[in-house]
Design a protein around this ligand. Structure first.
Ligand SMILES: Cc1cc2nc3c(=O)[nH]c(=O)nc-3n(C[C@H](O)[C@H](O)[C@H](O)COP(=O)(O)O)c2cc1C
Length: 198
């Protein structure tokens, strides 16, 4: 990867066995990749590949004085990114505990980094998005205004598998909002780079 390239991690916030979060994450990746210059590199970060216990660090994460191997590994992964796209389902009006836990483990690795929030649920997941906006703002992230909300209700699923039957078709109504959010993310990355250099 060229040092001029920017790496954007797409964090999948659902880990349950019957999830559709992987499909939503892949769809978002496809749309943002097709609609941004090639020096923006998008990488899926699946929380299933970064298993963490319930928060068990000794010190407050803001001090970055970690004691646990799993925290060092998670910190190292998240430090690779210049920006993030969170892809979160709505569980009981908020985000899954596994995603909140993964966020809580770190602090400086998130701070000042631009981010987009994509939610999905039976009704789009505006409750999850609002909560995630509050959390990411609280830890100093720069959150894009547009928050795409994708509908993952039974109407768009294959009844035999419960998977999204066709993500291109199911999420077509929200495609423009994903493109708009990606544009805002790139603007935030560019303005962050200018501010850091000043
Ligand atoms: C524990 C749980 C709670 C849920 N709560 C809500 C909710 O508050 N609002 C909503 O619209 N959908 C809710 N749903 C539906 C999910 O958002 C929807 O099924 C989504 O596709 C789940 O994402 P996943 O399959 O990637 O885990 C809930 C699902 C689960 C498993």
């Amino acid at each position: 990867m060229s040092p001029l390239n920017k790496r954007i991690q797409i964090i999948i916030g659902s880990t349950r066995s019957a999830r559709v979060g992987d499909q939503v994450g892949e769809y978002v990746k496809q749309v943002v990749q097709e609609n941004s210059p090639s020096f923006y590199e998008y990488e899926i970060v699946d929380l299933r590949d970064h298993p963490l216990p319930f928060f068990d660090e000794v010190a407050i994460p803001a001090y970055k004085t970690y004691a646990k191997d799993h925290t060092f590994k998670w910190s190292s992964k998240i430090s690779e990114a210049d920006a993030f796209i969170f892809v979160s389902p709505e569980y009981n009006g908020s985000i899954p505990a596994v995603l909140k836990n993964a966020i809580d483990f770190l602090y400086q690795e998130w701070k000042n980094k631009p981010t987009v929030i994509v939610s999905y649920a039976n009704k789009g997941g505006s409750g999850a998005a609002a909560n995630l906006r509050a959390i990411t703002t609280r830890i100093g992230m720069k959150v894009a205004e547009t928050m795409p909300a994708l509908i993952s209700t039974n109407d768009v699923r294959d009844p035999a598998t419960n998977r999204i039957a066709d993500t291109n078709k199911a999420f077509a109504p929200q495609k423009e909002s994903i493109i708009q959010a990606a544009k805002e993310l790139i603007e935030l990355i560019n303005s962050t780079a200018v501010t850091s250099a000043a």
